[in-house]
Write a protein that binds this ligand. Structure first.
Ligand code: IPD
Ligand code: CA
Ligand code: CA
Length: 264
């Protein structure tokens, strides 16, 4: 039987250690490289942080599988057993240029069901944590169940890439949504955008392409506060592939689906 309390205690200890190492790096020179394109950045700290977690997990739980953004984990083909999905630094560009608005994101799944989710805002020392069926917490304080909001009063996180002409979609429905809501925000870190929805300080979040490590922990966290997490068609997310993403408070999710996303 999996001892989830023990795993939780260990992850929280590892997050503290990893956070200390990242904060120390603020005064050091980063080694910055590019990945798929000139704006897709990775640093020595992204790699070192992923390796740190993988070493700890393999030492303590050799039969668990790990999917990590930087590729130091396993080649994951199924969600059988216990699977850790890790983004060592979500919001790398913010980490490099702003030293804030980035997070360590870890989602732990058992046969595809989210059990534990962690989003650690390192710069602010804020840990968002959720355990399936037991609630979501910010630094140990319970987060409230999400209350309904009308679209005209909603603050939605949107990635501006999708509001201008792009090769994936017709931007008009999102432009219309952006004109209707009370406000839009863009933080450059999917993990924290999910966490802010869970905390009720954002009402929703829409983006066109996230990888499993960007949303794994966030999905567990938002669902534990009663929020809805789907793709842009309203379907469940696939944890083994890239997905479009639509996260929102319950009534708002339905309203936006019906009024704005029918023809997307
Ligand atoms: C990125 C951030 C960003 C999102 C990108 C992600 P990274 O993650 O979450 O907000 O728009 O799609 O790739 O590369 O900083 O871990
Ligand atoms: Ca990411
Ligand atoms: Ca990352």
């Amino acid at each position: 039987m999996t001892n989830w309390n023990e795993i939780d205690a260990k992850v929280k200890q590892w997050l503290r250690e990893a956070g200390d190492n990242i904060r120390k790096s603020f005064t050091e020179t980063l080694d910055i490289q590019t990945k798929s394109n000139p704006n897709d950045l990775v640093t020595n700290m992204d790699k070192a942080t992923e390796q740190f977690f993988i070493e700890k997990i393999k030492q303590n739980y050799p039969d668990h599988s790990i999917l990590g953004e930087e590729g130091f984990g396993d080649k994951l083909e199924s969600l059988d057993g216990v699977v850790w999905i890790i983004d060592p630094i979500d919001g790398t560009m913010n980490f490099i240029y702003q030293q804030r608005h980035f997070a360590i994101s870890i989602g732990i799944f058992e046969n595809g069901i989210g059990r534990l989710g962690y989003i650690y805002d390192v710069a602010h020392d804020e840990l968002y944590f959720a355990e399936k069926g037991k609630g979501a917490f910010l630094n140990g304080k319970p987060l409230k169940k999400l209350a309904p909001v009308k679209v005209e009063e909603a603050i939605i996180a949107l990635n501006s890439t999708w509001l201008v002409q792009n090769r994936r979609m017709d931007p008009k429905p999102l432009i219309s949504l952006a004109q209707t809501v009370r406000g839009t925000r863009s933080y450059g870190t999917a993990a924290l955008e999910f966490a802010y929805v869970a905390a009720g300080i954002l009402d929703g979040y829409i983006t066109m392409r996230l990888s499993p490590w960007d949303f794994a922990a966030g999905k567990i966290l938002v669902e534990e506060t009663g929020g809805i997490v789907t793709n842009l068609k309203g379907e469940p997310l696939n944890l083994l592939e890239n997905n479009t993403i639509f996260v929102a408070k319950p009534g708002l999710h339905t309203e936006i689906m019906e009024r704005f996303l029918q023809n997307i």
